[in-house]
Design a protein. Sequence first.
Length: 307
Amino acid sequence: MSETSDAIVGINWGSSNFRAHLIAPDGLVLDSLEAPAGVASLQRDGMVGMADRVRARWPHATRVYAAGMIGSNVGWTDAGYADCPAGIERLCERLVPTRIGELALHIVPGLACVRERDGAPDVMRGEETELLGLHASGRLGDAPLVALPGTHTKWVAIADGRVVEFMTAMSGEVYDRLTAAGLLASIVEGAGRDGHAFRDGVRTSASRTLGLGALLFGARARVIRGMLPKADASAYLRGLLIGSEIADALALFPRRDDVAIPLVGSPAVCALYAAALEELGLTSRTVASADAIARGFVEIDARVRAR
């Protein structure tokens, strides 16, 4: 792939996957390099090997940025966290210059917050570049609350182009582990989908009548007593987890009834969250995020060059 003189390289280097993009000044992705080579599976020489592949593929690109777990304490170097409220400018102030082998680059810091409502800390790494890229492209509109559903879902309060605070929920990972091994694995069949059982789970957990620990065991009791078909147990469990998570987010963050909550993530997972929000009387809209992180890298680069 030919390179333009103004193209940059943006790398989203997470725990499981490596994704690098050659990006034009307008945010268009010109070329990509992807591999199942996350930092969790690599020693330092493996990270150098991936950096060498980037340099060999785009030898004339001189401005390189990386976000994600490559900047964590298990990555190449710890880029730390920028404290919220934070926007693009604060991230640029905290960029960490380094070299991985012969590849010179800047690593984007993560974000850290202490939530006002409960006084608890939280951190994110990688999502900040995606979020601020989406905001810069206008796709988040003026929504004060954004959700990024996934294994570790983020609920993010945004104001004036800055991330104010956020909450991380491990609902996706908890569901995966509960249905893979342990007591509840024996009661589930297939993937959980939207439907009566899913929405029943959402309503039950969002009502806060009982805590999530009791409700999860209660799913087993429902199956044993014939009150919940085994074929619906996965959906009910997912509903319990997502409903509880939404209730937490609504308790922590302000929202506007006249603005749909943007959902950023895979279409299948976002569809479940949209159904759960609908069941609770809330509106949402799914936001395409394929080029969001590329847009974020372009915004960062523009500010670096303007210094």
